[in-house]
Design a protein around this ligand. Structure first.
Ligand SMILES: [Zn+2]
Ligand SMILES: [Zn+2]
Length: 372
């Protein structure tokens, strides 16, 4: 199957809930930011879906125009409407989902089950969100890890990462002046939990945005802390997927979700350097190939892991949670000598300071009797 790369944003708010901008303006800004797809996820509502916003769009002289299929134009955006199920804590994104919308009163496991039963794909949103008492931000972490049946976990969340810098006035000022600079990457705790889950089975992850773009009135002027044009250019999930351009939005949504659930994706902070073109796979001498997110039998090896980057950077190869290799390079070739879940973290220097750039999904090579 031919796979193409689609870079987009998952988890964003519009004025259908507490986001600042309307969907039309968000579509325009997403096209200007070069996104291929956007999952809009307002709180406990699918009203944007009922109003018919799902679809393909392009820009004509600065105005958005709707397309039947993506093939009709060069720069195009696939807008898809999901729902962020929003209890006090344990927020859950329901993608490819038609309702019901009133799930926020249910316990986490029941929310997961209801979304799955309706054929939706569920994402545990910002699981390690901390909130910030000093700045009046509540904590919206995911508490219940006894749950089963969810599809994806948000590994790197723009809002969580950025809000973590609001520790005092000086750091808050830094975060407001240079919001991209202060991003630190997925939290250690999120990475540790992910590595543990990968030992047990496939555990695909995505990057999320969760921007609201709300302006705040400060005495004489109005300040938007994370304006949409900036937020839409930061954390993206690059999906490797069958070609979507000939598909109507419903079929394109299904194909995109299938690739996300398979883990055929990587997360990148693209504001300074676009990670498009990155490829990562494993291969064996008999022509076997394993794509990102996949699982294969270790005994079918020897397997070679391969990573090719669009630019040189510091690459960390992590196997079962341990750092196996650190190298400044554009290409990595690594022969696997023991079973495990292997993934790459890529950091690149900006003015001499290492900044998080790419986090790939894992390639799992497991003993044959543990294949699942
Ligand atoms: Zn949330
Ligand atoms: Zn949200």
């Amino acid at each position: 199957m031919e796979l193409r790369e689609y870079s987009g944003v998952i988890h964003l708010h519009s004025d259908y809930s507490d986001g600042h901008l309307g969907v039309e303006e968000i579509i325009r800004l997403s096209l200007e930011a070069g996104l291929d797809y956007l999952f809009l996820t307002d709180h406990d509502t699918l009203a944007a879906r009922r109003d018919g916003w799902d679809g393909w769009y392009t820009l004509d002289d600065g105005r958005i125009r709707r397309l039947e299929r993506g093939a009709e134009a060069g720069r195009r955006l696939l807008l898809l409407v999901g729902d962020e199920v929003t209890p006090d804590r344990n927020h859950y994104l329901a993608l490819g989902y038609e309702g019901p919308e009133e799930l926020f009163k249910l316990a986490p496991q029941r929310v997961i089950d209801r979304v799955a039963a309706a054929g939706g794909v569920g994402v545990i949103a910002h699981p390690d969100h901390r909130g910030n008492e000093r700045f009046g931000i509540g904590c919206y972490a995911w508490d219940d890890w006894s749950v089963r049946g969810f599809d994806l976990v948000d590994l790197w969340d723009l809002m969580t990462d950025w809000q973590d810098h609001l520790r005092g006035l000086a750091s808050a000022l830094r975060a407001v002046i240079s919001p991209v600079w202060v991003l630190k990457g997925p939290k250690r705790r999120s990475l540790r939990r992910w590595d543990e889950r990968l030992r047990a089975g496939p555990a695909p992850v995505v990057g999320c945005n969760d921007n609201h773009g709300r302006p705040y009135n400060l005495l004489l002027f109005t300040l938007t802390l994370l304006p949409y044009p900036l937020a839409l250019r930061t954390i993206h999930t690059h999906v490797l997927c069958e070609p979507l351009e000939e598909l109507d939005w419903r079929r394109a949504e299904a194909a995109l979700l299938e690739a996300l659930v398979a883990g055929r994706s990587f997360i990148a902070q693209d504001y300074w350097w676009d990670a498009r073109g990155l490829s990562c796979w494993a291969e064996n001498p008999t022509g076997g190939r394993l794509d990102l997110g996949g699982t294969a039998s270790f005994e079918d090896g020897p397997w070679t892991l391969r990573l090719e980057l669009p630019a040189a950077a510091r690459v960390d190869l992590v196997g079962d949670g341990e750092l196996l290799l650190r190298r400044r390079t554009r290409c990595v070739t690594f022969t696997v000598v023991q079973p495990g879940a292997y993934r790459f973290e890529v950091w690149r220097r900006r003015f001499g300071v290492p900044k998080p750039w790419v986090f790939t999904n894992a390639l799992r090579l497991v003993p044959r009797d543990k294949m699942q």
